[in-house]
Design a binder for this molecule. Structure first.
Ligand SMILES: Cc1cc2nc3c(=O)[nH]c(=O)nc-3n(C[C@H](O)[C@H](O)[C@H](O)COP(=O)(O)OP(=O)(O)OC[C@H]3O[C@@H](n4cnc5c(N)ncnc54)[C@H](O)[C@@H]3O)c2cc1C
Ligand SMILES: NC(=O)C1=CN([C@@H]2O[C@H](COP(=O)(O)OP(=O)(O)OC[C@H]3O[C@@H](n4cnc5c(N)ncnc54)[C@H](OP(=O)(O)O)[C@@H]3O)[C@@H](O)[C@H]2O)C=CC1
Length: 500
C-alpha cells in the first residue's frame, strides 16, 4: 500500500460537510503553504456563509452548497478529490478511495458525518431524510401520497409534520409530549396549537439556494431539480451526501396528492411493533382513520394496538455516526453512540487522526453547561477547532479547549417560532436537583429557566423574547439568583436593565 501512494499530503480531511469544509478553511488559512486535500463522497461541498455571532456563544449562519472549485480558488494549496474513502490504514498513514487511488497523510481529520438510524434498512416504504437525494425522494413520493406516518420525536419530525400539506400525517411519538429532544412537556403544550393553525404566509422568499441535484455552474451555487446521475461524478449512488440543515424544507415542495392544508394526528407513547405489506395484512386487520376500505402499500402497527395503512413511513429516528469505512483494520475507540471518541484536542485514539462533526463523540470532561448534540453549529465549531488543533500540533504551539464548548447554545425555528436553547435546557443530568421557572403567553412566548443551587444553568426561549443574551450572561457568570426569586421572569421588569 505504502508504495502505491499517489501523493502524501500534510493534511487530509475526509468529508465535504460543514465540519470538513470548516476544518479545511481553518487549516488553509493558518498554514497557507501546507498541502491540504479534501476527500469527499459528495459532489458539492457545504460552506458557511453570513456567519453572525449573536452573543458570546450563540451563532447564526447560512449554509450553501457550492462547487469545490470555489474553495480551491480561495486556497491554492488545496486539492479536492471527489471520491469516497474505501479503506484507511492508520499504521501506514494512508487511505484508499473507491476509484482506486491511494494517498498518504501526515495528519488526517475524519468528518464523515452520520446517516439516518432507520427503523428498518430493508423496507422500501421506510424513508429517512439526510441529504439532497433523500429529500428529493421524499418530495417525489409525497406528491402521490394521501397518508404518511412519521415516526420519531426530534428535529426532523418536528419540521416535517409542520411543513407537509395536502396529505394526512400520523405522527407516532414514544413520549407523552412532542419534541422530546428539544423541549419539555410545557413547551410542547405551547407549540401544539400551531399544528392546528394555518401556516402564516411567508413574507420573505427563501434566502439560500440550497439542496441541488444539478451539477453547478462553474464557480457557482445552484438550483433544485435535474439529473440525478449528473451529480454522481466519481461516487456510487449508495454514497451519502452531506446532511441537510436549517430551512432544508424551504427548497423543496412538501405537498401531498390532495388539496388542503396540514392534517396531523398524534399517537403518543407508542413505538413501532411491525411494518408490513398488504399481503401480510390478512392476518392483522387494520384500524384505519376514515379510509377503512382503502388498500395501502404499507401498514404500520404501533405498540398502542393501532394499525395504520399509509403510502410510506418516515423514520425520523436519529442519526448514527458514519464510521464504517474508517474502522476496519484500525483501533479506533468508539463511544456508546457509535461515534469516534475524540479528546479535548479532537484527536481520536489513533495517532495523527482527528475527527469532527456528526461522526465523532466528544469524550473530554465537558463543561457543566455543555453537551454534544449533532447540529450544524457544533459541526462548524468542531471542524474549526480541529483545524486549529492540527495546525497547533504541527507548529508546536499550545492550544486550549475553545470557549464555544463552555455553554451549549442553539438557535433554530420550530412551528415558525424562534427557539433558543441554552445550557442544560432540559435539566439534562441534573436529576431532581433543579427547579424551573416558567413564563408563558399563549401564542406569543414560552420562557423556561432551569435553576440549580440558585444559579441559572439552562433556558428554553420560544418566541421573540429578546432574553438570550442576558440569560447567557447569567449562566456564564454563575450568579446566585436566589434573591430575585420569581421576579426573574416578571414581564414588567426589564431584566436586561436589571442586571446591567
Ligand atoms: C433534515 C435535516 C435537518 C437538519 N436541520 C438542522 C438544523 O436546523 N439545525 C442544525 O443545527 N442542524 C440541523 N441538522 C443537523 C446538521 O445538518 C448536521 O449536524 C451537520 O450537517 C453535520 O455536519 P458534518 O459535516 O459533521 O456531516 P455531513 O454534513 O453529513 O457531511 C459528511 C460528509 O462526509 C462525506 N463522507 C461520508 N463518508 C465518506 C467517505 N467514506 N469518504 C469520503 N467522504 C465521505 C459525505 O459525502 C459528506 O460530504 C439537520 C440534519 C438533517 C438531516
Ligand atoms: N432545527 C434543528 O435544530 C434540527 C436539527 N436536526 C438534527 O438532525 C439530526 C437528525 O434529526 P432526527 O432524525 O430528528 O434525530 P433526533 O435525534 O433529533 O430525534 C430522534 C427521535 O427519534 C426517537 N427515536 C429513536 N429511535 C426510535 C424508535 N425506534 N422508535 C421511535 N422513536 C425513536 C428519539 O427518541 P429518544 O430521544 O427517546 O431516543 C428522538 O425523539 C439530529 O442530530 C437533529 O438534532 C434535524 C432537524 C432540525
Amino acid at each position: 500500500m505504502a508504495n502505491r501512494k499517489e501523493k502524501t499530503f500534510r493534511f487530509i480531511i475526509v468529508g465535504g460537510g460543514i465540519a470538513g469544509v470548516t476544518c479545511v478553511e481553518q487549516l488553509s488559512s493558518q498554514i497557507p503553504s501546507a498541502d491540504v486535500a479534501l476527500i469527499t463522497a459528495s459532489p458539492h461541498i457545504k460552506t458557511v456563509t453570513n456567519y453572525r455571532q449573536v452573543s458570546k456563544t450563540l451563532e447564526e449562519f447560512d449554509v450553501e452548497e457550492q462547487a469545490s472549485s470555489v474553495l480551491e480558488e480561495k486556497f491554492p494549496n488545496l486539492t479536492v478529490i471527489h471520491s469516497a474513502v474505501k479503506s484507511l490504514h492508520t499504521r501506514s498513514h494512508s487511505l484508499e478511495t473507491t476509484d482506486g487511488r491511494v494517498f498518504g497523510y501526515e495528519k488526517l481529520c475524519i468528518c464523515g458525518g452520520g446517516r439516518p438510524k432507520l427503523l428498518t434498512q430493508e423496507n422500501p416504504y421506510v424513508l429517512g431524510i439526510r441529504d439532497t437525494d433523500s429529500a428529493q425522494e421524499l418530495q417525489k413520493r409525497l406528491s402521490k401520497a394521501k397518508r404518511i406516518v412519521v415516526v420519531g420525536n426530534g428535529g426532523i419530525a418536528l419540521e416535517l409534520v409542520y411543513e407537509v400539506e395536502g396529505c394526512e400525517v400520523i405522527w407516532a411519538v414514544k413520549d407523552k409530549a412532542i419534541g422530546n429532544t428539544f423541549f419539555d412537556a410545557g413547551a410542547a403544550q405551547f407549540l401544539i396549537p400551531s399544528l392546528e393553525a394555518d401556516k402564516p404566509e411567508k413574507d420573505t422568499p427563501c434566502k439560500r439556494p440550497r439542496y441541488t441535484t444539478e451539477e453547478p455552474a462553474p464557480g457557482g451555487s445552484h438550483t433544485f431539480t435535474a439529473d440525478r446521475n449528473a451529480r454522481r461524478q466519481g461516487s456510487s449512488s449508495t454514497e451519502a451526501g452531506s446532511a441537510l440543515g436549517p430551512d432544508w424544507h424551504e427548497g423543496i415542495v412538501l405537498q401531498g396528492s390532495e388539496q388542503g392544508t396540514r392534517r396531523v394526528s398524534l399517537e403518543y407513547q407508542c413505538e413501532v411493533e411491525k411494518i408490513f405489506t398488504s399481503e401480510e395484512l390478512l392476518n392483522s386487520p387494520p384500524q384505519t382513520l376514515g379510509h377503512e376500505n382503502e388498500s395501502w402499500p404499507v401498514y404500520i402497527k404501533l405498540t398502542n394496538g393501532k394499525t395504520f395503512g399509509c403510502d410510506f413511513v418516515v423514520s425520523a429516528t436519529g442519526v448514527v455516526p458514519n464510521t464504517e469505512p474508517f474502522l476496519h483494520g484500525n483501533n479506533f475507540a468508539l463511544a456508546d453512540d457509535g461515534g469516534l471518541q475524540v479528546d479535548d484536542h479532537m484527536m481520536t485514539s489513533e495517532p495523527d487522526v482527528y475527527a469532527a462533526g456528526d461522526v465523532c463523540t466528544a469524550c473530554w470532561e465537558h463543561s457543566p453547561m455543555w453537551q454534544q448534540m449533532r447540529l450544524w453549529t457544533q459541526a462548524r465549531q468542531m471542524g474549526w477547532y480541529a483545524g486549529r488543533c492540527m495546525a497547533a500540533q504541527v507548529l508546536s504551539e499550545p492550544i486550549e479547549l475553545d470557549f464555544c464548548f463552555e455553554l451549549f447554545s442553539h438557535i433554530t425555528k420550530f412551528f415558525n417560532y424562534k427557539v433558543v436553547l441554552l445550557g442544560k435546557f432540559n435539566g439534562q443530568g441534573l436529576g431532581s436537583d433543579h427547579e424551573l421557572l416558567v413564563r408563558c403567553t399563549k401564542g406569543l412566548e414560552y420562557v423556561k429557566v432551569v435553576l440549580s443551587g440558585g444559579r441559572m444553568v439552562g433556558a428554553v426561549l420560544i418566541g421573540e423574547t429578546d432574553l438570550e443574551e442576558t440569560f447567557e450572561n447569567l449562566i456564564l457568570n454563575e450568579m446566585d439568583l436566589t434573591p430575585y426569586g420569581e421576579e426573574l421572569l416578571n414581564p414588567n421588569i426589564d431584566i436586561e436593565d436589571y442586571f446591567d
